[in-house]
Design a protein around this ligand. Structure first.
Ligand SMILES: Nc1ncnc2c1ncn2[C@@H]1O[C@H](COP(=O)(O)OP(=O)(O)OP(=O)(O)O)[C@@H](O)[C@H]1O
Ligand SMILES: [Mg+2]
Length: 252
């Protein structure tokens, strides 16, 4: 089991995370929903030390890591085990698709280059992009770049993958391929936390849905609990708003 315990984070006087705790069980796909500014990205970034929490712990396979005061060695340890998929792909512009995937294997995992290349090619095939292995990010579509971003995460055999709005920078026609790939990753059983505004995808892929607002987890439960029987007024209002927006998009 993985758990995030009592995470707090302020930027100046603004308290952005107010004691957030979350459990991620083996094979869980946790989807985090919530309005803009509710602290979703900050929470993911604190888990992976892209941001320093003011307080809180990460419990990962019987190891408790202090998210505020962890030292460099512990941070590198977490980054080896927890992969991050960014909204804007986060690929190295000066490296090819294959090199983007093998870099982490060679540098942080110390995998010999030949072996890393072999694994990289296998993963590229798995995501359907082996024919693009020598392309640079600028020569790939947004959807292809994000599939490389996901391939890079999976290549590291992580214990957890964090996705921050993985499809929100994509043109609508490219979203489907990326969502299919995320479904395929979920089937591998790697625990995942996904921040997304794709409501129907969230309902289908998640086994746990978390609703955040104002730096707290307002409510969590199964997709059925949250989408069909939300208890909290704030959850109901949010869902009404986003589901109406989705309908408006579909009916245009
Ligand atoms: N580096 C920073 N410096 C100052 N304030 C920040 C910083 N990062 C985030 N914030 C603030 O923290 C709050 C939460 O931001 P966060 O990005 O976590 O929200 P979010 O839930 O991911 O929103 P969105 O759905 O728009 O991505 C916002 O008010 C934001 O302005
Ligand atoms: Mg965000």
């Amino acid at each position: 089991m993985i758990a995030v315990e009592h995470v707090k984070k302020s930027f100046g006087k603004q308290s952005v995370l107010k004691d957030v705790s979350l459990e991620i069980d083996d094979g869980d796909v946790v989807v985090i929903l919530g309005p803009s500014g509710s602290g979703k990205t900050t929470l993911l970034r604190c888990i992976n030390f892209l941001e320093r929490a003011d307080e809180g712990n990460l419990l990962i396979i019987n190891e408790r890591i202090d998210l505020h005061s962890a030292k460099r060695k512990e941070i590198l340890n977490v980054r080896k085990r927890v992969a991050f998929v960014f909204q804007n792909y986060g690929l190295f512009a000066n490296k090819t698709a294959l090199q983007n995937i093998t870099e982490g294997l060679i540098v942080s995992r110390k995998v010999p280059k030949d072996e890393a290349n072999k694994k990289g090619e296998e993963i590229l095939e798995w995501v359907g992009l082996l024919d693009k292995k020598d392309y640079y990010p600028s020569q790939l579509s947004g959807g292809q770049q994000q599939r490389i971003g996901i391939a890079r995460a999976v290549a590291l055999d992580p214990e957890l993958i964090l996705f921050d709005e993985p499809t929100s920078a994509l043109d609508p026609e490219l979203v489907g391929d990326v969502l299919s790939l995320i479904r395929k990753v979920a089937k591998k059983g790697i625990p995942m936390v996904i921040v997304t505004h794709e409501m129907s995808f969230a309902q289908e892929v998640a086994n746990k849905v978390v609703f955040m607002d104002g730096g707290v987890i307002v409510e969590q439960g199964t997709p059925k609990d949250i989408f069909y029987h939300p208890k909290e007024e704030r959850t109901k209002k949010f869902l009404e708003r986003v589901l109406i927006q989705e309908k408006e998009i579909y009916y245009i």
